[in-house]
Design a protein around this ligand. Structure first.
Ligand code: ZN
Length: 591
């Protein structure tokens, strides 16, 4: 039996008012009444977002007559049974004013949407093929708009889209439909091939990007990654959808594309010398999302096969999907020759320092951080650094520690690379979900080692990773220093400057500020009677000695409060990595 495709139409009906109009046409609706639902979250971003809150004016009709729709919960509607099994059409508008990689956005400069924000799921027909007619705005002013997406144009279909054109696109099922974000507008387009696979880079927003430089660097990174997992690449084409703004940073992975938000200053400009840190960060973001093409979009936790789009999907494995990806994103830059060893040591040192600066690493394990991503990592507050460990940053360090442990214990025969390859062969290529114990078991099977202790300590537990000794065996020295060259005593807080005010963003667990009773949100006024400003706090403290007690005045809400703080010494929480002489021991970095 072949099922008739679900047919969607989406039109940016009113760009100035940020409204898309969508209709969904179902040939064979459920005779008991057809249910429609919009996802509560978007895969890759583990927070309930309730995209249906942006739906306005929803209605249904069949054979030219209205059909009643009943709302069942925050994101589900059910139609009345349709007489004579006639096709059913639901039409609705979406308010699209979220300029992030996760939602939908529309104004007179461009449109962008994720399928999770705009396409209702036809409950029970998720496996039916989908046709989407992407229509242009109804105004000649937008006649030069075009489309960038990794969705396949529906060739052979009436109105089938031409490359970069409006028209009909297709997806094999709903899951595929919502995994291909769409950009429309007057974006800049650059193209390149990586291992023969066509890649597009579509840049929206004002920018002066040196496209030649960008595509040359991306090509190296992409080719390295395709070869790392093995040719042929799992996608027929790939699209980088980049939105350049004044300030912004974010990325979301998809099976054949990625949506990226960056500062226009992160992009390379004509005549740019060397590799500025901002561009290096942008390439790291591209490398990260591209690595996800394999690791999380195809090698998936069992909890995501399939995704349950109505609610949280719990897995304790995000350290492997985000952490390993974070390890390989920078490593891919190094191994593809886009950055040098000095850059990689600096980036890795920063990751080590970041983890060291969050007391949460001693309270929460990587497995717990993954499981609780929905309510903790994705919902940060003033106490997050004290209670949460990042499965990105510590996950990347876990990957480094596991890689070096495997290499050391097998005399270089087995590495994390081998584990990734095996994950790809066994899970990625077959679509089998990765179970909660599978990564440990696979690493044990490949290496012949017993890794129960390693995983119990560093994944299930909160033991500090033995990075100094592991790195030392592989030609890299780790030294701890302080970020603060004057070694000024510390209050043990993170501050934020608001105008001329210094506000406490976080009071670290175990710090002198915590002991004295200072709290997040307090506005610092004076230390020992001298006014605190955003520029002078370190200078004021540098006149003091660790262990010295000072008076601190602060406002808590509108109440003036006085604290007596016995100063901590400057934390030595900055990791500096240096390579030893002799290339032999560093060979693994180029492997
Ligand atoms: Zn990621």
């Amino acid at each position: 039996m072949t099922t008739a495709p679900i047919r969607y139409f989406i039109r940016p009906i009113h760009p100035a008012a940020h409204r898309f109009e969508i209709s969904c046409h179902v040939t064979a609706p459920d005779p008991e009444g057809q249910r429609f639902a919009l996802p509560a979250w978007i895969p890759g971003s583990y927070l309930i977002r309730d995209f249906a809150r942006h739906i306005i004016a929803i209605r249904a009709e069949a054979a030219g007559k209205p059909v009643a729709l009943r709302k069942l919960d925050k994101h589900t509607w059910q139609s009345a049974p349709v007489k004579g099994n006639a096709p059913l059409t639901v039409t609705y508008e979406i308010h699209a004013w979220d300029l992030s990689v996760r939602g939908a956005h529309l104004d007179e400069t461009h449109g962008f949407f994720n399928g999770t924000s705009v396409f209702l799921r036809v409950v029970g027909q998720e496996e039916s093929p989908c046709l989407v007619d992407i229509l242009p705005p109804p105004d000649q002013r937008f006649a030069n708009w075009r489309i960038a997406t990794a969705l396949e144009p529906a060739r052979g279909e009436k109105g089938g889209a031409k490359k970069y054109g409006f028209g009909v696109y297709r997806a094999n099922n709903y899951d595929e439909l919502i995994d291909h974000p769409v950009e429309m507008g007057t974006f800049t387009l650059a193209t390149f091939k990586a291992c023969g696979v066509p890649h597009d880079v579509a840049i929206t927003g004002r920018h002066d990007c040196d496209l030649e430089r960008l595509t040359a660097d991306l090509k190296r990174i992409c080719e390295w990654q395709i070869r790392f997992f093995g040719e042929p690449a799992p996608m027929r084409r790939y699209v980088f959808l980049v939105t350049a703004v004044g300030e912004g940073y974010g990325g979301l992975e998809h099976r054949a594309s990625t949506a990226l938000l960056c500062s226009r200053n992160d992009l390379p400009y004509p005549g740019m010398q060397g590799l500025p840190e901002s561009y290096r960060t942008f390439l790291g973001l591209c490398s990260h999302e591209y690595f996800h093409t394999w690791n999380v979009k195809r090698i998936k936790p069992a909890a995501f096969t399939p995704y349950d789009l109505d609610r949280e999907n719990y897995t304790s494995l995000l350290w492997a999907f985000e952490g390993f990806t974070s390890y390989y994103d920078d490593l891919a830059l190094l191994r593809s020759g886009v950055i040098g060893l000095k850059d990689w040591l600096e980036l890795t040192g920063k990751t080590i320092s970041n983890v060291q600066r969050s007391p949460g690493r001693l309270r929460q394990s990587l497995a717990e951080s993954s499981f609780d991503a929905w309510s903790k990592f994705y919902r940060p507050d003033e106490n997050t650094p004290n209670t949460v460990v990042s499965y990105y940053a510590k996950g990347a360090l876990l990957a480094l520690a596991l890689d070096l442990t495997l290499r050391r214990e097998t005399q270089g025969k087995v590495s994390l690379d081998r584990v990734m390859h095996a994950l790809w062969q066994r899970y990625g290529k077959t679509g089998l979900g990765v179970g909660e114990e599978d990564i440990r078991q696979l690493a044990e099977e490949l290496s012949g080692l017993r890794l129960g202790r390693f995983f119990a300590d560093y994944v299930e537990g909160t033991r500090e990773l033995p990075l100094k000794s592991l790195l030392g065996k592989f030609g890299i020295t780790l030294k701890w220093t302080s970020d603060n060259p004057s070694l000024a005593p510390s209050l043990g807080v993170k501050t934020s400057a608001e105008g001329n005010e210094v506000k406490l963003a976080t009071v670290f667990s175990g710090s002198c500020a915590e002991a004295a009773g200072l709290a997040a949100g307090d506005v610092l006024l004076a230390c020992d009677g001298l006014r605190v400003t955003p520029g002078n706090l370190t200078r004021l403290l540098s006149r003091c000695r660790p262990g010295q007690t000072i008076r601190v005045h602060a406002f808590r809400r509108d109440e003036l409060m006085k604290f007596s703080v016995r100063l901590d010494s400057a934390p030595r929480d900055k990791a500096v990595l240096t390579a030893a002489k002799g290339k032999q021991r560093l060979a693994w970095l180029g492997a």
